[in-house]
Design a protein around this ligand. Structure first.
Ligand code: OGA
Ligand code: NI
Length: 406
């Protein structure tokens, strides 16, 4: 695949498009260019354009006024702007919050012992969410990551805006998943960065302040990547698959991190910290501070708060894995979750998404397709899915419809 003088050449064809710019930040398989007022996305495989789609160019995406919620908080407002106020049935104060239930806690040091492996299987089947302790990531490193992330969010706005997330973009400081002027906004600030493989990195968006941020995020990401790989091996075991199944299938896995900061909100009963969604990853590792149980997981129609456990990490299976109905053909389900805010306390989370390489073809493992459980998902390319995920707004599990066979 070559991009030459604003036109696209492939081995077997020539696309007569005049394009005036390229963004190769996603992967060698996804090209994003502009053609007049439209954004053109090309998904390529082995030098061939597999799919193209056109959407309104970035400049055409009108997202309206998006306030910085930390600045709103600093102003000491007693109410919140309209764009944050949810409709009645989309508010966090409903009677469907089940404060007494707890997501399972798994001791990674006990894996792959039979008892703990059984607990892990049940956690995946019944919850799609669990906390891990004894996980091998050093507590000092977790503390350091948390402190530096907090320091970053506490910087003056002008400083944070040196790393801007483009409208409709996904990396940098700002609001991801905002695509229209009438969309409700989340009470949250985000810093999102692609980490691995290195071609997804946008080094200009990595904060140089606080000074140790970059180096700590590097070390943290290596440790969390190792944990994801160990957990995936255990998860394979719970499905009676060889431990290397997912490692072999995923290729050079994609790793991204999103840091979420939820300032106190004067009307927490009216707003959402983060809209309900499932993650587009294979597994997600979420580190949260001890402030309050802001993360909630949907279980049997009720929202169950995840109470912070010191130095534990919250794991959930994303769309492409466990919860990943896709690989296991519905045996492990990806679970919707959301974040709510508090009037008194701010809250911080550092979230790592671990996903298959973009060029990996995903589909149900043959082991999980039987006459009784026929194939429910088509094979699809993970890069294609990622692009679909990040260009859709967060809305429950709608993004996974993409892979379903009707
Ligand atoms: C996410 C997420 C929840 C939280 O970033 O995908 O679900 O508690 N975050 O920050
Ligand atoms: Ni999530």
């Amino acid at each position: 695949m070559q991009v030459d003088h604003g036109q696209i050449r492939t081995k077997k064809s020539f696309l007569p498009l005049k394009l005036d710019g390229w963004d190769k930040s996603w992967s060698p398989y996804i090209y994003v260019g502009r053609h007049h007022t439209h954004k053109i996305i090309l998904i390529c495989k082995e030098d061939l354009v597999v799919t193209t789609c056109a959407m309104a160019a970035t400049a055409e995406i009108k997202i309206g006024q998006v306030d910085d919620v930390q600045e709103l908080h600093r102003m000491g407002l007693e109410t919140v702007p309209d764009r944050y106020i949810r409709d009645g049935d989309d508010r966090p104060d409903g009677d469907n919050v089940c404060a007494l239930a707890h997501i399972p806690v798994i001791d990674v040091g006990e894996l792959p012992g039979d008892d703990e492996l059984n607990k892990l299987r049940l956690a995946c089947e019944e919850w799609g969410f669990f906390q891990v302790v004894n996980h091998g990531v050093e507590e000092e490193l977790l503390d350091e990551m948390e402190n530096l992330t907090r320091e970053f969010f506490m910087l003056p706005l002008e400083e944070k805006e040196k790393y801007p997330m483009a409208p409709g973009g996904i990396q940098g400081y700002g609001h991801a998943f905002v695509f229209s002027e009438d969309q409700k906004l989340d009470w949250c600030n985000m810093l999102a960065l692609g980490v691995e493989p290195s071609f997804i990195r946008q080094p200009k968006l990595w904060p140089t302040s606080p000074a140790k941020f970059k180096e700590t995020l590097e070390r943290y990401s290596v440790e969390v990547r190792g944990l994801c790989q160990r957990l995936l091996a255990h998860i394979a075991r719970t499905l009676a698959l060889p431990p290397a199944t997912f490692r072999d299938m995923f290729g050079e896995a994609v790793q991204a991190v999103r840091m979420n900061f939820y300032p106190p909100c004067p009307r927490p009963e009216l707003v959402m910290g983060l809209s309900a969604h499932s993650d587009g990853s294979a597994v997600t590792v979420l580190q949260q501070d001890m402030s309050c149980a802001g993360l909630q997981v949907l279980k049997g129609g009720a929202w169950v708060p995840v109470h912070p456990v010191p130095h534990a990490l919250v794991i959930n299976v994303g769309d492409t894995l466990e919860a990943s109905q896709v690989l296991t053909n519905g045996r492990y389900r990806s679970v919707e979750h959301r974040a709510v805010t508090s009037a008194e306390q701010d809250r911080l989370s550092v979230v790592t998404f671990y996903a298959p390489a973009y060029d990996v073809e995903l589909g149900p493992l043959p082991e999980f397709v039987t006459d009784e459980a026929p194939c429910r998902y088509r094979r699809f390319n993970h890069g294609e899915y990622s692009r679909h995920y990040v260009t859709s707004r967060l809305e429950g599990k709608k993004t996974l419809e993409f892979a379903k066979i009707n």
